[in-house]
Design a protein around this ligand. Structure first.
Ligand code: PEP
Length: 261
């Protein structure tokens, strides 16, 4: 049974002085049986968020990690540095692909490091607007999955808790969300791509999230789709009312899918 995951990507927002208070408020207001809640703040806020949510059922993730363990990589953060701070990590976010030039090959190396270090990865994939308009979204996302996953052990990655986030780039931070049916079609395409990589059994086990301008108002149409297992939420995750509404709807899905205990 795949879990329902609501992951908050705070991006480059909050400071160590205010992140703990926001995380604590969110932890109190998002209690949702059967829903895995994850907050991914900036690196410098990880300790504050970890302390604020300790014992409250909210997990903590990093927004990226370096592909080497240590060395001359000024400004970077490695997997061992995250020990005790984070148990999840977002990899291949479109903002890192666009602004930091991350390639699928590099993202695959980060994935290896993350899994070896016990971090649970959220691998982001998604097409840009021109690719969607050209009808190339399945091809593009399939190539991203192949580039990051080919040659890797599907059972090991599934056992490590790999999550895939389908995030159409044109929907991220734009207020223009995809339709639930688009997200469902892409979740199916993602599982087909995984199966084509030889991941037949793992393909059905890996949770697929939708991300891109999710709000408490539109979350309904994504979670109504049986192939969609939650959301990666950016802007709305900084607003307690919004993320509370998103998690409340996710709790209904968890109950309907027999996940709430
Ligand atoms: C994201 O950062 O992954 C994201 C989906 O952002 P937003 O919800 O703001 O579109």
């Amino acid at each position: 049974m795949r879990p329902i995951v609501i992951a908050a990507n705070w991006k480059m927002n909050t400071t160590p002085a205010d992140a703990g208070e926001l995380a604590g408020t969110i932890a109190s207001r998002t209690q949702a049986p059967g829903v895995t809640r994850v907050i991914c703040p900036p690196f410098v806020c990880l300790a504050a968020v970890r302390d604020a949510v300790a014992g409250r059922g909210v997990e903590v993730g990093a927004q990226d990690v370096h592909h080497e363990l240590a060395g001359a990589y000024t400004g970077e953060v490695s997997v061992p540095m995250l020990a005790g701070l984070a148990t999840w990590v977002i990899l291949g976010h479109s903002e890192r692909r666009a602004y930091a030039g991350e390639t699928d090959e590099l993202i695959g190396r980060k994935l290896d490091r993350a899994v070896a270090g016990g971090l649970r990865p959220i691998l982001c994939v998604g097409e840009v607007l021109a690719e969607r308009e050209a009808g190339r979204e399945v091809e593009v996302v399939g190539a991203q999955l192949r580039g990051a996953l080919d040659g890797r052990d599907p059972q090991a990655l599934a056992a490590a808790g790999l999550v895939i986030a389908y995030e159409p780039v044109w929907a991220i931070g734009t207020g223009r969300n995809a339709r639930g049916a688009d997200a469902a079609a892409m979740a199916t395409a993602i599982r087909t791509s995984l199966a084509a990589l030889g991941w037949e059994s793992a393909a059905a086990e890996v949770p697929v999230l939708y991300g891109g301008s999710v709000t408490s108002t539109n979350i309904e149409e994504f979670l109504a789709e049986p192939g969609v297992d939650g959301a990666l939420v950016g802007g709305a995750s900084l607003k307690p009312d919004e993320i509370a509404g998103i998690c409340a709807r996710a709790a209904l899905t968890a109950a309907a899918r027999g996940l709430a205990s």
